[in-house]
Design a protein around this ligand. Structure first.
Ligand code: CUA
Length: 352
C-alpha cells in the first residue's frame, strides 16, 4: 500500500498548476506519466470490471492509432501524386475522380460507421454488463452512499453504522453500492475498481464495487458540482472479510465515553454548542445529519473528503479555519479559542 504524502490546499493548487502546464506541453506522455501506478489509475485495474474497461480503452486507442496511420499514409500518397502530376501530363481526370470517391466513401464513411457501431456493441453490451451492480438480494452487502457538497455519506443498511469519505468493503466480494445525492449531481468513481455512476437528484443508482486485492483505492467525484468539486474525494478500503467485520462492528457501536475530564468537557461543548446543530455523535444528544456523522471520527485517516489528514494539528485548523482550508464548504470557522478547542480535540480524538 502506498504511503500518502500530504500537502496543504495551497500545495495542491501549485501542483495542479504545474501538472496543467505539463499536460499542455506534452499531453499524451503526461497523461500516461501522471496516471501510472498510483491508487487512482484506471489503467492499473484491480477488479474484473475495471480490467474490461481498461482493455476496451487500449483496443480503442490501438484502433485509433491504426486509423491515424492510414489517414496520414493516404495524405502522403495524395501529396506525392499531386507533385508528380504538377510536372507531368494530366491523368485521366474521370478515372482518378472515381477512385477518389470510392476511397472517400469506403474508408471515410462506411468503414468508420462499421467500426464505431462495433465498438458501441462491445462497450454497451459486454463491458457495461460486467460493471453492473449485483441485483438486490444477490449479494451479502449493500452500501448506501449519498453525495453532498462536498463529501460522501456512507451507510451500511441493517446496521447503525454511518461514516464519511471512507468506505470499507470485504475483498473479493461483489458489493452493491446504491448512490443518491442530497443536493446536486455528483458522480461516484473509483477508477481502479469500476466505472463512474452519477448521483441524480430524486433517483437512486447502483454500481458494483469489487476489489481483487486488499488495499486502499482512491475515489473521486467525477461530475463538476461546485467550488470544491476537486476536494470531493474518498477512499475505498478493501479488507479481509474478518477485518472488515471487525471494522463494521466497531462503526455500528455508539460513541465511546470520554476518558478524561477534559474530554468530558469537550463532549459537553460539542453537544450544547453549535457542533451538534450539524453533526451526529451516536449515543449523545447530537443527532443532526447536515454534516458528517462523527461517532467514530478518530478511525478515519482524513478530514474534509481527503483535503487534509486526520491528525490533531489539521483537526484544530479545520475546526477554527474551515473556510480557509476548504473555501465555500458548509462548516463555519468556529473560532473557539485555545481552551475550548483543546477540550473539543481531546473529546474528538477519543472517538475511535
Ligand atoms: Cu461532487 Cu463533483
Amino acid at each position: 500500500m502506498a504511503v500518502v504524502r500530504w500537502s496543504g490546499v495551497e500545495q495542491d493548487a501549485r501542483r495542479h498548476r504545474r501538472a496543467r502546464r505539463r499536460l499542455l506541453l506534452l499531453l499524451p506522455l503526461a497523461l500516461l506519466a501522471a496516471g501510472c501506478g498510483n491508487d487512482e489509475d484506471s489503467l492499473a485495474p484491480k477488479s474484473h470490471a475495471s480490467s474490461d474497461i481498461a482493455s476496451l480503452f487500449w483496443w480503442m486507442m490501438g484502433i485509433a492509432w491504426v486509423g491515424l496511420a492510414v489517414v496520414v499514409a493516404l495524405m502522403l500518397v495524395a501529396w506525392r501524386r499531386a507533385r508528380r502530376r504538377a510536372g507531368d501530363r494530366p491523368d485521366d481526370p474521370k478515372g482518378g475522380e472515381q477512385t477518389a470517391w470510392r476511397v472517400v466513401l469506403g474508408a471515410g464513411v462506411a468503414f468508420p460507421i462499421l467500426l464505431i457501431a462495433a465498438l458501441f456493441v462491445v462497450a454497451d453490451i459486454f463491458v457495461i454488463g460486467t460493471t453492473q451492480a449485483p441485483a438486490k438480494g444477490a449479494t451479502d452487502l449493500t452500501i448506501r452512499v449519498t453525495g453532498h457538497q462536498w463529501w460522501w455519506e456512507v451507510r451500511y443498511p441493517g446496521t447503525p453504522a454511518v461514516t464519511a469519505n471512507e468506505i470499507h468493503i470485504p475483498v473479493r466480494t461483489a458489493v452493491r453500492v446504491e448512490v443518491a445525492t442530497a443536493d446536486v449531481i455528483h458522480s461516484f468513481w473509483v477508477p481502479q475498481l469500476n466505472r463512474t455512476i452519477d448521483t441524480i437528484p430524486g433517483r437512486r443508482n447502483a454500481v458494483e464495487l469489487y476489489a481483487d486485492a486488499v488495499g486502499r483505492y482512491r475515489g473521486q467525484c467525477d461530475e463538476f458540482c461546485g467550488l470544491q468539486h476537486a476536494h470531493m474525494a474518498f477512499y475505498v478500503v478493501a479488507d479481509r472479510p474478518a477485518v472488515f467485520r471487525r471494522w463494521l462492528a466497531n462503526q455500528a457501536r455508539p460513541a465511546r465515553r470520554p476518558a478524561t475530564a477534559e474530554a468530558r468537557r469537550g463532549r459537553r461543548l460539542f453537544v450544547t454548542g453549535s457542533c451538534g446543530d450539524c453533526h451526529s455523535i451516536r449515543g449523545t444528544a447530537a443527532t443532526s445529519d447536515v454534516g458528517p456523522d462523527l461517532t467514530h471520527l478518530a478511525t478515519r485517516t482524513t478530514l474534509a473528503a481527503l483535503a487534509i489528514p486526520n491528525d490533531r494539528r489539521h483537526l484544530a485548523d479545520w475546526i477554527e479555519n474551515a473556510q480557509r482550508v476548504k473555501p465555500g464548504n458548509q462548516m463555519p470557522d468556529m473560532r473557539l479559542g485555545s481552551s475550548r478547542l483543546q477540550a473539543l480535540l481531546a473529546y474528538l480524538e477519543g472517538l475511535k
